[in-house]
Design a protein around this ligand. Structure first.
Ligand SMILES: [Zn+2]
Length: 323
């Protein structure tokens, strides 16, 4: 679908609750830059083959921007880059996150996970171990793209209109957003979504000490983008009223933080806090991982603020409110 500024909107299938991921083709004279790429799965490969015909990607694709290292975004980038002989640009933090997820030292990753799980009261079952030590990641992406110059905070990607790069934390390291002031368009990736809140998780081995704090800071930074901008998110439909969406997302987290604090007048195991926040089917391991990570991000944020602390270790660990 064509949007203002001659930007093209494509939608690729993703299994599970998300259902799809949006990709964007940004015009430059005689060609396109693609933002994000979808998962390397047969339905997506078919969609790319169709698009390649429809808009002549073979002669017109000039490059690929990856917003962050999650598989539905970076998944097809290495394969498309090889097929169309174009560079892939992302932040250095995105590249490093993908690289370290792809090449975990199995023993070291497992040891780090066990230690992290014990220190946070995470039940260390086999499925969680596999997910959180990166064993599945390699199967979900088409490879690590060949490094091209990294995208830096504040630089302009010089296409038909300049797209200003900003880097954000909280959802994924060095998440790239792109703002085109000429057409007043913001490509927000997963950083700002219209109807769901992006997952903010504490991860084993993550460099983020307080990912929720970093995410809330990024919501404040994004207020620097005009409220008039049309927002192009990775999931859902393009939307307006960016600033009120930023406020809603911040308010949702504030509500969760208050609910946790209220519940922790009694010491609670992590599972109890997860159940307080999420009523998802936790038999699904992906949902369970997201719910645990997100709950921990909130607990950690309260801990950093001195509102919550931990007692004990391993299965005996309890989260307790101060006072
Ligand atoms: Zn993501």
């Amino acid at each position: 679908m064509e949007l203002k500024g001659d930007v093209l909107w494509g939608r690729l299938p993703v299994p599970g609750m998300l259902g799809h991921v949006n990709v964007w083709l940004l015009p430059e004279p005689g060609g396109w830059w693609l933002v994000d790429s979808g998962l390397p799965q047969p339905a997506v490969e078919l969609a790319w083959a169709g698009l390649a015909e429809a808009i002549d990607l073979r002669s017109r694709l000039r490059g690929i921007v990856v917003t962050h290292h999650h598989p539905d975004h970076i998944g097809m980038a290495a394969r498309l880059a090889a097929e169309y002989d174009v560079p892939v640009r992302c932040s250095q933090a995105t590249y490093q996150a993908a690289e370290s997820a792809l090449r975990p030292e199995p023993a070291a990753a497992l040891a780090a996970f066990e230690d992290w799980a014990a220190a946070h009261g995470v039940p260390a079952d086999q499925e969680l171990r596999e997910l959180l030590t990166g064993a599945l990641y390699a199967r979900m992406i088409s490879g690590l793209p060949v490094p091209a110059p990294f995208l830096n905070q504040g630089e302009d990607l010089p296409l038909s209109a300049p797209w200003r790069i900003s880097l954000h934390e909280g959802h994924a390291p060095g998440h790239v957003c792109l703002y085109n002031a000429v057409d007043d368009l913001l490509i927000s990736g997963d950083q700002v979504l219209p109807s769901i809140s992006p997952n903010i998780s504490l991860h084993p081995g993550g460099r983020d000490d307080d990912p929720l704090g970093q995410y809330l800071a990024s919501l404040r930074e994004l207020r620097g983008i005009p409220d008039t901008a049309m927002v192009l998110p990775a999931h859902g439909r393009p939307f307006n009223h960016l600033h009120s969406r930023l406020d809603q997302l911040a308010a949702e987290h504030a509500t969760r933080l208050r609910a946790i604090e209220a519940a922790l007048v009694t010491p609670r195991a992590l599972d109890e806090v997860v159940a307080l926040l999420f009523r998802v089917r936790l038999s699904d391991i992906f949902n369970r991982m997201l719910a645990i990570g997100e709950t921990l991000a909130h607990l950690r944020h309260l801990e950093v603020a001195g509102r919550v602390r931990r007692q004990g270790r391993g299965p005996a660990l309890r989260w307790v409110g101060q006072e």
